[in-house]
Ligand binder design. Structure first.
Ligand code: FES
Ligand SMILES: [Fe+2]
Length: 361
């Protein structure tokens, strides 16, 4: 089989706000579409098709002019903030064809992240980007890992995040913990701002903490709530809360929020960012001079590299025809099965909308 499709009518994160300094061109490929982006001198982040209307030269290799227009580096056509060509050096007196324009993409900057809608712009108000309230909130410390380019379909990462039974053996030696894999799973589902979400919930009492969690949070034995939520095909939110037995939900709670953004480049590549969030005053138990967020972020690259390796290996196996191969689903796979259904339904909906748009023309 080919790997999983991605909906284009969806908000995907392109980076943190700080990754878009003023008037700096950046080139991206998002859901198979080349995109040039920058923050204008007025402070807004804008996005356009990265192909010059003249001969497809990447506009992200061009430059921004004093008047805010974007000049193509090849023959010098200049585009304004609506994407229309306003100057052609070889035809200084015009006229300029109305076809000389580049397509804009909807962009939203929210809670410290920049999101793009690579699909039909007319449908972009049917959903909103998921909220990430910890980012930019002084009560929280946020550390970014990535962007990491992962040579695998984005859905393989979502599945990896929803099914943490891979902690053993893939993460054996760091966050590996076989007991963790055996905690039963509940599912919660719903819809927020037009995004259908699915969340796995793992709750456990009187749990002996593995060394890495004891390092971050202290407490030898805990009650623990651990959730993994695909909030949209662009974001998975992971929440861990621990407290001494019987105390969960009170003021002894400690934990983290991990925000994973997974943005498809094409059907076999994606860009992964991890935002590690802990309460700003939470210091690690092992070294109280270092914040827990920093300890988690220090450890995470080794974990992410193991996941990246696994996803790359998995992706390679999709090159073979299925023949008599079929996947086996285990109980802990119920979260990822539901995630697949959600994504496939979004893709079907998009196809239906595309068909009805064609019928209306
Ligand atoms: S390719 Fe851009 S001006 Fe010719
Ligand atoms: Fe993992």
């Amino acid at each position: 089989m080919t790997t999983h499709p991605y909906p284009r009518n969806c908000w995907y994160a392109v980076g943190l706000s700080e990754e878009f300094p003023p008037e700096t061109l950046t080139g991206h490929v998002i859901c198979g579409r080349p995109v040039v982006m920058w923050r204008t001198k007025h402070g807004d982040v804008v996005a356009f098709d990265d192909r010059c209307a003249h001969k497809r030269f990447p506009l992200s290799k061009g430059r921004l002019m004093e008047d805010g227009t974007l000049e193509c580096a090849y023959h010098g056509m200049r585009y304004d903030m609506t994407g229309s060509c306003v100057m052609i050096p070889s035809h200084p007196t015009g006229p300029i064809s109305p076809a000389a324009k580049v397509q804009p993409f909807p962009v939203i900057e929210q809670d410290g992240l920049v999101w793009i809608w690579p699909g039909d712009p007319d449908t972009s108000d049917q959903r909103k980007p998921p909220r990430t309230p910890e980012v930019g909130d002084e009560a929280w410390e946020t550390l970014r890992l990535g962007p990491m380019e992962v040579p695998a379909n984005y859905m393989l990462l979502i599945e990896n995040l929803l099914d943490i039974t891979h902690f053993y053996p893939l993460h054996d030696g760091n966050i590996g913990d076989i007991a963790n894999s055996r905690i039963p799973i509940d599912l919660e589902e719903g819809e927020v701002d037009g995004n259908t979400f699915v969340m796995t919930v793992r709750e456990v009492q009187d749990y002996k903490q593995p060394p890495y969690l004891a390092d971050w949070f202290g407490y030898d034995v805990v009650d623990r709530a651990h959730t993994h939520c695909m909030q949209s095909p662009g974001l998975t939110r992971v929440v861990m809360r621990v407290a001494p037995p019987g105390k969960l939900g009170g003021d002894q709670d400690k934990g983290y929020v991990l925000l994973h953004t997974h943005t498809p480049v094409d059907d076999r590549n994606h860009v992964w960012r991890v935002l590690v969030n802990c309460k700003a005053d939470l210091m690690s138990a092992a070294d109280p001079s270092v914040s827990t967020a920093k300890r988690v972020a220090e450890m995470f690259p080794a974990v992410a590299e193991e996941d990246r390796w696994a996803l790359e290996q998995q992706q390679k196996m999709f090159d073979y025809p299925d023949d008599d191969y079929s996947e086996v689903f285990l109980k802990p796979d119920k979260g990822l099965r539901r995630a697949r259904q959600i994504v496939y339904e979004m893709v079907r909906e998009e196809q239906r909308q595309g068909q009805s748009a064609q019928a209306a023309e």
